[in-house]
Write a protein that binds this ligand. Structure first.
Ligand code: MAN
Length: 348
């Protein structure tokens, strides 16, 4: 059952609402924001997916070279070695390329509905060979005065989780890859539990296993160990093929509440919830049987990659969670969820 109350202003942000990072690029998708408050404002750290305008007979793919400069690769659409059936990723002679290159962009707001860019803050782009296909889907966790950013690093050789930190959103300390390939959807808890940091993450194991949610511990937020699986995909259900954590878990009286995404064979992405033990978040207390939010609005059903609701950022105020999410991998939307209502669905 869908229990989300969508903003009537949705979509809040569309690709045309911001400017491309370079003159000869166009923004294809504006999606999957990390969310935080800073300087009395609400901020979204958006994923901006850009490409070069396409010509009719070829497909052009932007990549960062080793100096952080954008290079354009071009493939003939009639070439039998090209598989361009997925709008997100093409395959040429067995090698995968993303059709767009993502960076991260800050927008801010006083009311959580109307967002604008501030010239004072830099955009964050991929750097180095592990980010040559861009950086994506950043979670933001505030611990003390430091914001921790965990995001997907994409390159021709890997998809892994990168970590950077900042206190002022102007200078960033890059700490490299903290969860090696294949891994994404990493969310760090915003407080220590029994003296240790915790993070949810999503390794993929293609031969045995699958795309499941795991938990890890750390003393310093950089070196992670004691990995344990906390949730599997469920055959025949809405989360049958792929699951992954959203933003940092929310501390409630009943346990740590995590909103996660689940996708099925049709690549339909819905949101559900998992409740984790307050003292040992590796223990699952309850999990949604049915989605708490599914793609039902028009902007969630059609777009760049339709039937997708994906969240990696929210704000909490009392019982209300304001979820910001990517719809159809193309636009950014908002919705309210009630913590007590989510918890009551878990007990059914
Ligand atoms: C998948 C999708 C894309 C994403 C790539 C790399 O293909 O989630 O949106 O760009 O993985 O992370």
């Amino acid at each position: 059952m869908d229990i989300a109350k969508r903003f009537s202003e949705n979509p809040l942000l569309r690709p045309n609402d911001i400017k491309p990072s370079m003159p000869d690029m166009e923004i294809l998708c504006l999606l999957n924001p990390g969310v935080f408050t800073y300087d009395d404002r609400i901020w979204l750290l958006c994923r901006v997916a850009e490409r070069t305008p396409q010509t009719t007979n070829s497909i052009k793919v932007p990549v960062f070279d080793e100096h952080g400069k954008v290079q354009i690769l071009e493939f003939d659409l009639n070439d039998p070695d090209l598989d361009a059936s997925d709008p997100r990723v093409i395959k040429y002679k067995g090698v995968n390329y993303l059709t767009s290159l993502s960076h991260l962009r800050l927008v801010c707001s006083k009311d959580g509905i109307h967002f604008y860019e501030s010239d004072d803050f830099p955009l964050i782009t991929g750097k180095g060979s592990l980010e040559s296909f861009g950086i994506e889907d950043c979670r933001v966790t505030l611990i003390g005065k430091t914001y921790h950013l965990t995001y997907t690093q994409v390159s021709s050789i890997a998809v892994g989780v990168g970590h950077m930190q900042t206190t002022d959103w102007k200078t960033f300390q890059r700490n490299g890859m903290i969860f090696p390939p294949h891994n994404k959807d990493c969310a760090i808890f915003d407080e220590k539990i029994n003296g240790k940091y915790y993070a949810l993450h999503r390794p993929s194991s293609p031969e045995l296993g699958g795309n499941y949610i795991w938990i890890a511990e750390s003393e310093d937020l950089k070196h992670w160990g004691n990995h344990r699986n906390i949730a599997l995909t469920r055959p025949g259900k809405w989360d049958s093929v792929r699951i992954g954590a959203g933003a940092a878990p929310i501390k409630t009286e009943k346990g740590w509440l995590e909103i996660y995404h689940g996708a099925n064979e049709q690549n339909r992405y819905c949101l559900g919830a998992i409740l984790l033990d307050l003292n040992d978040p590796g223990k699952v207390i309850a999990r949604s049987k049915e989605p708490i939010m599914e793609p039902i609005a028009e902007y969630e059903k059609t777009g760049f990659f339709g039937n997708v609701i994906f969240t990696n950022g929210h704000l909490v105020n009392g019982d209300t969670i304001t979820v910001y999410y990517g719809a159809s991998d193309e636009v950014i939307c908002g919705a309210h969820l009630s913590i007590s209502e989510i918890l009551s669905t878990l007990n059914q």
